[in-house]
Ligand binder design. Sequence first.
Ligand SMILES: [Zn+2]
Ligand SMILES: [Zn+2]
Ligand SMILES: [Zn+2]
Ligand SMILES: [Zn+2]
Ligand SMILES: [Zn+2]
Length: 615
Amino acid sequence: MSRTLRVRQSQTVVPFGVGAVFDIQGESFVATGIGDWPTRGRQKVDSPRLASRLGVTGFYAAPATANDRFDTPDAPGAPYIRFPSWLFCGACRRMKRWRIADEKHGQAPRCPSCSPARTLAPMRFVQICAAGHLSDIDWWFWAHSRREAAERRQCAERDRLRFLVSERASGLEALSVACAAKGCGAARDLLDILGTHGMRCSGRNPWQRASEAAECVKPVQIVQRTAGNLYYPLVHSALDIPETDVPAHTDDALAARVREHDLWVSLCRMAGTPRAEALRMMIQEDTGAGDDLLDALVAEETGGVSGAAPASSDGPARPDLSREEWAAFTAPAPPATRDFALRETTLGLAGESAEPWSGLRQRFGRIVLADRLREVRALSGFTRVSPDASVVPADSARRLKWLPAVEVFGEGVFLTLDRGELASWEVDTRVRRQVAGMQADLDRSFQKDRLEAVTGPDLSPRFVLLHTLAHLLIRQLSFESGYTTASLRERIYARPEQDQYGILVYTAAGDAEGTLGGLVRQGEPPRLVETLLRMTEAAAWCSADPLCAEHTGQGFGNLNRAACHACALLPETSCETGNTLLDRALVVGGEHVPGYLESIVAAARSAAADALEKT
Ligand SMILES: [Zn+2]
Ligand SMILES: [Zn+2]
Ligand SMILES: [Zn+2]
Ligand SMILES: [Zn+2]
Ligand SMILES: [Zn+2]
């Protein structure tokens, strides 16, 4: 029976983007660099703003196809190759290094020794380094690593390895790799396998040829292939906001004919060499494309004939895209295009003088509903070992000037705080002191660079406040509207130096049809007020209190204060900062710090109780 493996197009940036290792139906694969992507069938994704910020010429989405390139090198889909290539048989324990020539279309690897043939399973451990390299472990060396070098040389058989399980031990100690070569008998268990062992780095990723390997002296770490530090994607996201359109090629149909020409890939590979000239003439003859168009297309594909520069060399690694989005959301008459449709609304509290409603009216500013949003998410590269390690570009050969991306459509609710109220809360010394403590932890964090790309150069009280509000609001919305928290996302606009003070909560998972309007309905009066009140009331208490409320540093890198899984955290995909820089105390108040919404907590509680009585 032939098996079908498939990755959805929307997953080709995250979570299965270039460099990611993932399991699918018991087999393990790595997504290869975009240099291996087919040019045929890939789809152009427009986002001129993101492209110019990242210093690339544009974006392509992987071809949407049911036929990904798991085991057929010529299939039209996004390319994946088997990794790790070391597999083992659960029945006879034979280990086998599976090569591309061993792949059989539509079939998982089978044990060559067993009958009936058993499916081989991937080895659980692989090796990585901080330069972003990834490779198989040299299992032969591991099995013989307890032997002296001279003794090791006695064994010449490289493919007689067995992956054994002992019943006399447990955990990693029970596992060992043994050499079954005649007269050898070398073996070593996996008890201390995790960590560094002085092994040499291969200097490349599994899809790169040996000739592409770099001389790498970084220490190699052995990790589980599912370990969190194996892969940190560098993803950039931009909303489509109205702007003057950058003109595309005057003749898109002609450009498409050139790109689909059989010799196009060869031309790009050989650009700048004498042979390229002949290819070029043939393509011109067949398509009728002029010199200018062909020059432009080759430059777009290769970054110029000479271009050996990395795609990211022109732009900052993590550019700030918030400025224009904030401007678009706060414009007096929000501009509208097909993919950015806004309408302003209110909390519906005009004239309210009783608490908690008047307090809410005072503290919130603008409410803008986005009936339609388009988001482009692009992958510029990834790191391994840690998020601030050196970046491997999506095109590991550093020749291409485009990046892989996907577009998603959705809807959102944008809200701002009251500028004056925020300013007077923010100058309070107790507020400043609370956030200064978080800044100190941030300064010590290896995630500093990545997080500063979101917070701005200094961590401000408004960032932590707005960020925590976004989390609380997403949790409350999911509680009330049936959206899962994982389907909602945040964007924090909180850079004081750019006079920002708002958040966007949105959902963007849909295709061109968009989503169903459910989230926007939650933003209309009087629903949003009710949600905000219940959110405020809920935020004042966590089931882990008093521990959570009094925490002086919890979560990753101690970067959270009063915020834990029970009260404030979100699924990782929803959060811009990996669930860090959160503190409920800045919202509802704490022992040492006044909360922005503190004065309405008590009134919100009794209002909620009243509402409950009425029902
Ligand atoms: Zn077997
Ligand atoms: Zn041996
Ligand atoms: Zn390396
Ligand atoms: Zn908590
Ligand atoms: Zn977040």
